[in-house]
Structures are given as C-alpha cells and as structure tokens.
Design a binder for this molecule. Structure first.
Ligand code: THU
Length: 134
C-alpha cells in the first residue's frame, strides 16, 4: 500500500525549501478515497516559522476532501542537499497530526539500516494527547 507512495514522496522532497537545515523532506499520502496528496517542508529564516512535509500533505488533503478526510497511508522521504537519501521518521508533532486522521494509517519511512519500515500511526505515538472530555 505504501510502496506506490514512494515516488510522489521523493518528488515532493525535491521541491522542499530547506536552505537552513539542508534536509529536503517530502511526504505523500493516500486518503481512504484513494486519492494521493503530497507536501514538502518549507523553512524560514525565523526557524520556528518553518513547516514539515507531513503536515503540508495533510493540509492539501483537507483542502481537497474537507473535514471528512481520513488517512489510509503516508510515506516520508528525505534527502541531503547533494541528493543522498537519508533516514527520517515523522517528528512528534507530525505523529500527533497523523493520528488525528487515522490511527491505523500505515506510516512508511526509511530506517537507519536502509530499509523501508511500515508502522501504524498509533504505534508511533503512545500516550498521545487526547482532548479530555469534561
Ligand atoms: N521535517 C519534516 O518535514 N518532517 C518531519 O517529520 C521532521 C522534520 C523537516 C523540518 C525542517 O525543514 C527539516 O526537516 C529539519 O528539521
């Protein structure tokens, strides 16, 4: 399921705007409707203003599908400035964002051994924040 998301994730990473970290990140996701959306990181001279690829892809999906968007799978890819593929897994903020749209979504990323891993969103974020009911 996630394998076909690698090419669009890699293509998105090539467009990443990362002059500060020199880490270009792309993400491609599939909604449960079968549509694919991509996003890339966009950095800023004021570092905290920058944004991650995964949440850019989520924003594209929500824009297109609206509040009923549900995440089926997402693949993340990252490259150094010279085009070398680098291992990366979604940051904590992105994990929280992914779970919002699909606890069982497949999350795929390159691990430090050069293998593509695939885990559910929930497994990547134990004890996530849940808005308390009052
Ligand atoms: N980055 C992402 O796009 N996704 C992640 O899950 C982790 C980090 C980006 C943000 C920043 O542009 C660069 O990687 C270095 O932190």
């Amino acid at each position: 399921m996630t394998q076909s998301l690698r090419a669009p994730a890699i293509a998105a990473a090539r467009n990443g705007y990362a002059p500060h970290s020199r880490l270009q990140v792309g993400a491609a996701l599939r909604s449960i409707n079968g549509r694919v959306y991509a996003g890339c990181n966009v950095e800023n001279a004021s570092f905290s203003v920058g944004g991650c690829a995964e949440r850019a892809a989520i924003a594209a999906a929500v824009l297109a599908e609206g509040k009923d968007f549900r995440l089926a799978a997402i693949t993340v890819a990252a490259f150094d400035a010279d085009g070398t593929a680098l291992p990366i897994s979604p940051c904590g903020a992105c994990r929280q964002a992914l779970i919002e749209f699909g606890e069982d979504a497949e999350v795929s990323f390159l691990d430090g051994d050069g293998h593509w891993r695939c885990q559910t969103a929930a497994s990547l974020m134990p004890f996530r924040f849940v808005f308390p009911s009052r």
